[in-house]
Ligand binder design. Structure first.
Ligand code: ATP
Length: 214
């Protein structure tokens, strides 16, 4: 683990670049495509940072780099000893397993002990509003239900840095309002949150600081 140069910085990105290999057809040669180009910024403990950018600007890629899921091709990401977890709609759950089992696995992947996760399962069930669906495989869930499960797990089993990829833009209005209210509580706590959203107004409402990717 590196020594933290300034106490409040938890993660630091320096000139981070990501290139994907892409093919425009099966007989075409793969070409490299720059998804992120020389991105530098620091993430501070306890802040709620919003990331804005048009479609394809590299927002999801940026979150994956911060989470350590993909390694930068250029530059570096320094993590000063914090746990990070990425919550995205497409990722994370095993669709054959139940909501309960997925909640337990997600929590354990974040570093919680099984008992700690189990102690919070009732709260997760209650907040998600999934009721009996918690006993059913996630493949039977709608995308809104998946997001409710993901959001509820993340709220009750928080890592040091929580990355949310468009998670507040799906689901029904009632749940979105409840989720936003819960987010506001996190904003006033020690939790560090990074939020990607297409909605500029949502970012302005919830975040202390915004970074735009172009
Ligand atoms: N695994 C991959 N292989 C090749 N290209 C990719 C891969 N993942 C993303 N890309 C491309 O990289 C660019 C950035 O993608 P990314 O998903 O990070 O953007 P985004 O800002 O999150 O987009 P959106 O707002 O549409 O979700 C896009 O042009 C995308 O097509």
């Amino acid at each position: 683990m590196s020594i933290n140069p300034k106490k409040e910085i938890v993660i630091s990105l320096k000139d981070v670049g990501i290139q994907y290999r892409r093919r425009s057809g099966i007989f075409k040669k793969a070409e490299s495509f720059t998804a992120l180009d020389s991105v530098s910024f620091d993430i501070y403990k306890g802040e709620t940072l919003g990331i804005l950018g048009r479609n394809g600007a590299g927002k999801s890629t940026l979150l994956k780099v911060i989470a350590g899921i993909i390694k930068p091709d250029f530059g570096k990401v320094e993590n000063y000893g914090v746990t990070v977890s990425l919550l995205a709609l497409q990722a994370g759950f095993d669709s054959e397993l139940t909501g309960y089992d997925n909640a337990v696995i997600s929590g354990m992947l974040m570093g919680f002990r099984r008992k700690e996760v189990e102690d919070r399962l009732e709260e997760i069930k209650k907040f998600s509003g999934l009721g009996e669906f918690m006993d059913r495989p996630v493949k039977t869930y709608s995308s809104g239900m998946r997001s409710r499960l993901g959001f509820s797990v993340a709220m009750y089993l928080s890592p040091d840095v929580l990355l949310l990829d468009e998670i507040l833009s799906v689901g029904d209005k009632e749940f979105r309002e409840k989720a936003e209210a819960e987010m506001l509580k996190k904003i006033h706590s020690e939790q560090t949150v990074i939020l990607v959203s297409h909605s500029e107004s949502q970012i302005k409402r919830l975040c202390d600081r915004t970074i735009s990717l172009n």
